[in-house]
Ligand binder design. Structure first.
Ligand code: TYM
Length: 333
């Protein structure tokens, strides 16, 4: 018990705003699995973040449950990790309001994701979309997380979280642990198969591979992946972004280095390379998809995991929230 308390803590989350993708897996979840023995890990399904853009209610409910099944199927052990649904722990919303009063309008205006999403959803730019990074800061700071394993696109949000924490600590003495982003060397930014200039995202069905895609769909998507007309399997992000992305995926899936992969496909065209990438992804995802399907059928088990997770999360979160409320001058209840 003693040594458990000395472990450093990790927090991360994924939005159930679409089916999980190869990007979510390679950029985030895969790292979570490798960290679960060394750290005390808390993993969240951030449904409150998901509603910053319009969701179909029944779909949001279904995906939140499937996402938990996927976390477990990827190898996250519910007895080692706390896994829960964000909206089940009201402390997130409470701390988010408070931290919003310590965050500048200008800081939020500079967030790249806000700029992009407000273009994509120009008819529905809500206050929630704008203050999204404050809720993310509350997620992380409530648990005094040391490390936040995320893909590259979330780095800016984790840095803002540090700034907010530092500001608060400066005003009221040490309250929050300053978190560090933990970004994988390989797979931190998986690009769209259809447009290697933009990130693979849940909302782009053609350019993205979903973790639950059937093998034939994965094969078809890779066959259609955008490459170039040079027919050389070489890593060159600037001149060959499509091929470089496929190489990254191949290496992350097969465990080979880029050099080994280049050598293996030397002199061979994309007609050989693309199906080989697809095969590597199919084999990586097969056990995860099968285990997810098995787990989804056991709804009561999944419910027990997220209820137990919320109870454990709430215990930790309330300690931080009470401390914050006291420091800023709220009267004790
Ligand atoms: P989200 O749901 O967009 O993505 C979940 C995780 O997957 C990573 N990721 C990728 N990595 C590599 N290549 C890609 N194409 C790719 N697409 C997604 C993301 O970087 C992320 O790690 N705001 C967060 C969710 C969140 C959170 C948090 C994360 C809410 N609170 C607290 C950490 C800590 C988000 O929208 O991630």
């Amino acid at each position: 018990m003693e040594s458990q308390n000395q472990k450093k803590r990790i927090f991360s989350g994924i939005q159930p705003s679409g089916e999980l993708t190869l990007g979510s897996y390679m950029g985030a979840i895969r790292n979570w699995v490798t960290l679960q023995d060394e750290y005390e890990c808390i993993y969240c399904i951030v449904d409150m973040h998901a509603i910053t853009v319009r969701q179909v209610p029944a779909e949001l409910r279904r995906r939140s449950l499937v996402q938990l099944a996927e976390y477990i199927a990827c190898g996250l052990d519910p007895s080692k990790n706390v896994m829960f649904i964000q909206s089940h722990v009201p402390q997130h919303a409470e701390l988010s309001w408070i931290l919003g009063c310590y965050t500048q309008f200008g800081e939020l205006s500079r967030m790249t994701q806000f700029k992009m999403k407000s273009q994509q959803h120009a008819d529905n730019i809500t206050a929630g979309l704008f203050t999204y990074p404050v809720l993310m800061a509350a997620d992380i700071l409530l648990y005094q997380a040391d490390l936040v394993p995320v893909g590259e696109d979330q780095k800016q949000h984790v840095e803002l979280c540090r700034d907010i924490a530092q500001r608060f600590n400066g005003l009221y003495s040490d309250t929050f642990t300053l978190p560090e982003p933990f970004i994988p060397k390989l797979g931190a930014r998986i690009m769209s198969l259809g447009d290697p200039g933009s990130k693979m995202s849940k909302s782009d069905p053609d350019g993205c591979v979903y973790m639950m895609d059937k093998p034939e769909d994965i094969q078809r998507k890779f066959k259609r992946a955008v490459t170039d007309c040079e027919a050389a399997v070489k890593f060159d992000k600037v001149n060959k972004p499509g091929v470089s992305n496929l190489l990254t995926i191949y290496c992350a899936a097969s465990g080979k280095t880029v050099q080994e992969a280049e050598e293996a496909f030397a002199g061979q065209g994309y007609g050989v390379f693309k199906p080989a990438v697809a095969d590597a992804v199919v084999e990586l995802m097969r056990p995860i998809r099968e285990e997810t399907e098995r787990l989804i059928a056991d709804k009561s088990y999944l419910e027990s995991v997220y209820r137990d997770g919320a109870r454990r999360a709430q215990g930790i979160a309330q300690k931080t929230l009470s401390k914050v409320q006291r420091k800023i001058g709220f009267l004790a209840r």
